[in-house]
Design a binder for this molecule. Sequence first.
Ligand code: ATP
Length: 220
Amino acid sequence: MRKTFAIIGLGRFGGSVCKELIESDQEVLAIDNCEDRVNKYMNIATHTVLANAQDESTLRSLGLRNFDYVIVAIGEDIQASILVTLMAKEMGVPHIVAKAQNEYHARVLEKVGADIVVHPERDMGIRLGHKLTSNNMLDFIELSEDYSLAEIQVSYRKFFNKTIEEINFRKHYNVTIVAIRRGKNDLIVSPPPNQIILEDDVLLVVGHNDNVDYLDEKMK
Ligand code: ATP
């Protein structure tokens, strides 16, 4: 179903979100107080508005409260980002996503009503760190402080041509396989216990970070 989005701030982050939503055929109102940025997105977003989002009457006249999602993608001006998030909350916007610059900023955004707080730089840093220090981990996404979703390539001989049941991932490794990527195009979602694991399969596993790291260690 088509949803409505208002993006405030068209830096690299807000701009990328805008392009992706438009590609997915969603309706996007893009707001920025910089004329160049607004011009850049004039032919991309559904509507663009040149305005200072800190001005409450402007946000009201744009009908911000009627949008399904408001994405506060203001970067450096932390005060503006907090104020705009607060105003969106007070207007009754159902879903507010806000970009944080640091941990303190994130905590304040949550307090004033952001439903989702993203830290693109921090998250990318963590993912890259894992990629560079792990053995066969191709990607890593934190689900919470302790749990993650990781892509691990199978290079442990003992796993080759065995079923998920035989290897007993749940009991021995304490992780759940949610999908297996095989070759370029095959994705086996929610594999059954009798699914055979092949060399070079990529396992998408969910588990406690310690258990995900332990499984990755086995792939040395
Ligand atoms: P990115 O990393 O996404 O490029 P950034 O951290 O460099 O972002 P900024 O460039 O500081 O972020 O801000 C993102 C956008 O938000 C800019 O285009 C800026 O003009 C816009 N912006 C900042 N304050 C306001 C405001 N009060 N009202 C509307 N737009 C704003």
